[in-house]
Design a binder for this molecule. Structure first.
Ligand code: TYD
Length: 211
């Protein structure tokens, strides 16, 4: 792998997608070859899967959900992420495998071992070089997502979960931060967009000095 693989994670409403766009712009202006992408939905097949399972109104079995996120990821890794890294690009993905660990593992309750096996299979062992976790108290995140939907933004199936669900998801992310402090960096996402961006730029600059 010649390029660098950076992922953004956070519970819904953490503001990570805005920060991703800002960082991509910043790196592009510094002359880096950047590819931004997302999960689910980073490939044409992934976009169809995304629509199928985030927007359906039928009950989705937790196992089907786990495997659909994995199918989306397998396609994404194989046809988009790995080729871009081989070309030396900086790939920045809005969510990746840690989301499965947090949402399907802690959120839905699949055992860690099962989730890790599925992740390994789907990613072929590809891990990010750096992950930024946009952290924010659950209540604050819910206020943000609720005001978004009041502004007409559509909610998907995962946006309808309870505060308890998101608390489990957040704790799972914090657990990854404890286990892998070098790769998985916590950003305080409760401040203004500029305050959050300053933290992102600091961590990224430090990362590129060392890598
Ligand atoms: P999306 O609209 O992309 O939300 P966000 O902007 O918060 O990333 O919806 C993706 C949803 O899918 C989000 O609620 C997180 C969830 N998700 C999982 O449950 N498992 C996964 O592996 C991934 C990648 C996402």
């Amino acid at each position: 792998m010649r390029g660098k693989f950076i992922t953004f994670e956070g519970i819904d409403g953490s503001g990570k997608s805005t920060q991703l766009r800002m960082l991509a712009g910043e790196l592009f202006s510094r002359g880096f070859d950047v590819l931004t992408t997302m999960e689910p939905g980073g490939t044409p097949l992934g976009r169809r899967l995304r629509k199928a399972f985030l927007e359906t109104e039928e009950n989705v079995s937790p196992l089907a959900e786990l495997l659909l996120f994995a199918a989306d990821r397998a396609q994404h890794v194989n046809f988009l992420i790995k080729p871009a890294l081989a070309e030396g690009k900086i790939v920045i993905s809005d969510r990746y495998a840690d989301a499965t660990f947090a949402y399907q593992g802690a959120g839905r309750g699949f055992p860690e071992k099962t989730v890790n096996q599925v992740i390994k299979l789907a990613t072929d062992g590809l891990k990010p070089n750096l992950t930024l976790f946009f952290d924010l108290p659950v209540e604050k995140a819910l206020l943000r997502t609720n005001s978004r939907s009041a502004n007409g933004e559509q909610k998907n199936r995962m946006d309808l979960e309870t505060a308890e669900f998101y608390a489990r998801v957040r704790n799972a992310y914090l657990k990854i931060a404890e286990k892998e402090p070098k790769r998985f960096r916590i950003i305080d996402a409760s401040g203004s967009t500029d305050e959050v961006q300053a933290q992102v730029v600091e961590i990224i600059s430090e990362f590129f000095k060392k890598n």
